[in-house]
Design a protein around this ligand. Structure first.
Ligand code: CDV
Length: 310
């Protein structure tokens, strides 16, 4: 029996610093309704979807930082999104910034969730690879203070049965690390949802700028192919508070091919009917992990040459 799931990548245009959560949720609901009209079963929103990407700005004011975070999910503003998903019978993936008090102290995470078509949260992931720096660097055109505002995620890379297959999540910078995909691939994940906020300009290495879209696609296409999974990469795009953000949201098949791609810099949807069994042929041949993968031998070369990385 062939298994199909229709997935919508819901790219977001810039979100102004002054834009309210309610205003953003309205945009998300509009995209959700349009996705439903295009036959989607699940709609995938970007990283930190509910606000402007505040790690670009430095502040020492704790209250100001906390204001970018959600204390509950769903909360007063996001409840409408959950209600609409339930009404339409549509699942979704949402990236947001999470304030967590469960351990008895305040912790901040860059988080994403999977929500089923009954409006129930069925999976949660907290970003592991946090890029940027924690110190104030006022000389740069913008900063990336993720290491200051977030803790490293403590939930690992999970896998959940959803939409007739197995789903996993990663967030933005995670997509550049092969380990992220492989840990999901080893759990049999068939669809990987990944939101991103990626500036076009790389202040620490401007010579990388011209390759931004190439590296974005290279990472997701190789991750998809080498792990026999669909990868749905969804951007926050356009010029947001003076920072030009990489667009190019796309849906990558387990073949490594991009089957759908956004072409603009604003709120935009692309939809693909994804055959979850397409990965099977790769999982049973080239990437049959049980037959061909040999992790027990991977340490030998390092041991022989003695070139151990720090
Ligand atoms: N939000 C991110 O993780 N962005 C990084 C940028 C800062 C390089 C990325 O890997 O796209």
């Amino acid at each position: 029996m062939t298994r199909f799931v229709t997935i919508a990548a819901a790219q977001m245009g810039p979100i102004a610093r002054s834009e309210s959560r309610g205003g953003v949720v309205k945009r998300l609901i509009d995209l959700m309704r349009r996705a439903k009209g295009m036959g989607a079963d699940v709609v995938v929103y970007p990283e930190a979807t509910l606000t402007a990407f505040f790690p670009h700005w430095f502040t020492e004011d704790e209250a100001e930082v906390d204001a970018w975070f959600e204390r509950e999910m769903p909360g007063p503003h996001t409840m409408a999104l959950f209600d609409e998903a339930r009404r339409l019978g549509l699942g979704f993936h949402l990236g947001y910034c999470e304030l967590d008090y469960a351990s008895g102290r305040k912790r901040r995470f860059n988080t994403s969730i999977l929500v089923n078509s009954n409006g129930e949260i069925i999976g949660k992931y907290r970003k592991i690879h946090l890029p940027g720096h924690s110190d104030h660097r006022p000389g740069t055109p913008f900063q990336n203070l993720e290491k200051r505002y977030f803790e490293v995620g403590d939930l690992g890379f999970g896998a959940w049965r959803a939409w007739g297959g197995v789903a996993g999540m990663m967030i933005c910078n995670d997509r550049r690390w092969p380990e992220s995909y492989r840990v999901l691939g080893l759990q049999g994940v068939e669809m990987i949802f990944c939101g991103y906020n990626t500036p076009v300009h790389h202040p620490a290495a401007p010579d990388h700028d011209r390759l931004g879209q190439f590296h974005n696609e290279l990472s997701m296409q190789s991750g998809a192919y080498q792990n026999s999974a669909w990868v749905i990469g969804v951007a926050k795009a356009g010029v947001e508070e003076g920072v030009d953000m990489l667009a190019g949201s796309c849906i990558v098949a387990p073949t490594g091919e991009i089957v759908a791609r956004c072409t603009g810099n604003g709120d935009e949807l692309v939809v693909a009917r994804c055959d979850l069994d397409l990965g099977q042929s790769y999982r049973e041949t080239t990437f049959n992990f049980a037959l061909h993968r040999r992790p027990e031998h991977y340490g030998m070369i390092v041991a022989r040459t003695g070139s151990v990385a720090p």
